[in-house]
Design a protein. Structure first.
Length: 307
């Protein structure tokens, strides 16, 4: 038996006593019709602000999105309609501009060229604002880019807010990621202060990773909050702390458009209107992303600096 299979069997055995009390995550709405998706009224001021923008199609807002994983976006039960938080945000923007929404699935690596070549009007695909990207694109922010620290639901660990709070913990993180680098910097700071070192664990398999938390083999998982928050719907894990994806700087996710194309201010106005009327909050809550909500959408705010 391989080491990985042995580990999995050990973790599964440790979790058997929990089976009777395990909760089932509420099933997401994967219907192509999306009856629960928030909709908005046309905003005349947003339409006016976008009057010089050259849309790809008459009466349509063409939006590029990466369709791969919830809560961002995945295919509906018809295997062709994108659903998720990104499509929900795109719908609110399209409604605000008085246009029909057309979603176009694209690979993450392809969205910049697709946007620049005019394949889409805008992109809604979990794009973080950076100073380098601002040289080619405009941004209208709609979510905080955050890392979540998740523990077992009945863990005795309290809030994790700063480096000293992770001293001595066993933490799961994905290798070669921004969150790994943040943990390493926090650990270095703790060691300099005479605190206990952390133990970092790496798993290639999401199932094994979650079992490690449930069995007590690891204390916490650190990763993109949006994904971890969506998985926490089953009640087996809970949020213990949030860290900016650009720590120590703030980072924001934004609707992305071509530089100087003339639609960014209209999108920002649309988003702020939806924030005020509550539709924005509904669009985040239905995918368990309320913890990443922003209070005000901004056009081209300071982005993460160039390396």
């Amino acid at each position: 038996m391989t080491h990985r299979r042995h580990l999995l069997s050990v973790l599964l055995a440790a979790l058997l006593p929990l089976a009777a009390t395990a909760q089932t995550a509420p099933a997401p709405d994967l219907s192509p019709e999306q009856p629960g998706r928030p909709r908005a009224q046309k905003i005349e001021e947003a339409v006016r602000l976008a009057k010089d923008f050259k849309f790809q199609k008459e009466g349509v807002l063409v939006v590029g999105t990466t369709t791969g994983r919830l809560p961002f976006a995945a295919y509906a039960s018809d295997t062709k309609t994108p659903v998720g938080n990104a499509p929900d945000i795109a719908q609110l923007v399209a409604d605000s501009l008085g246009r029909k929404l057309e979603l176009v699935s694209t690979a993450w690596a392809d969205w910049p060229l697709g946007l620049q070549s005019g394949k889409f009007d805008v992109v809604v695909s979990n794009v973080t604002v950076t100073e380098e990207r601002k040289e080619k694109f405009d941004f209208s922010t709609y979510r905080n880019d955050q890392l979540g620290i998740y523990v077992k639901s009945n863990s005795k660990l309290g809030a994790i807010k700063e480096p000293k709070d992770i001293a001595g913990l066993k933490l799961i993180v994905t290798a070669s990621t921004n969150q790994e680098q943040i943990l390493l910097r926090w650990n270095k700071q703790n060691l300099a202060a005479g605190l206990k070192p952390i133990e970092i664990q790496y798993y290639d398999d999401d199932v094994v990773q979650r079992l490690a938390i449930q069995s007590g083999r690891a204390d916490a998982y650190v990763g993109p909050n949006a994904i971890a928050a969506y998985e926490a719907r089953d009640g087996k894990t809970r949020l213990a702390g949030l860290v900016s994806g650009g720590w120590p700087l703030n980072a924001e996710i934004a609707v992305t458009s071509r530089k100087g194309s003339g639609i960014a201010e209209a999108v920002t106005l649309a988003l702020n209107t939806q924030i005020k009327n509550g539709n924005y909050g509904k669009a985040l809550s239905r995918w368990n992303l309320a913890s990443e909500a922003i209070e005000v959408a901004r056009t081209n705010p300071p982005g993460l600096p160039k390396n």
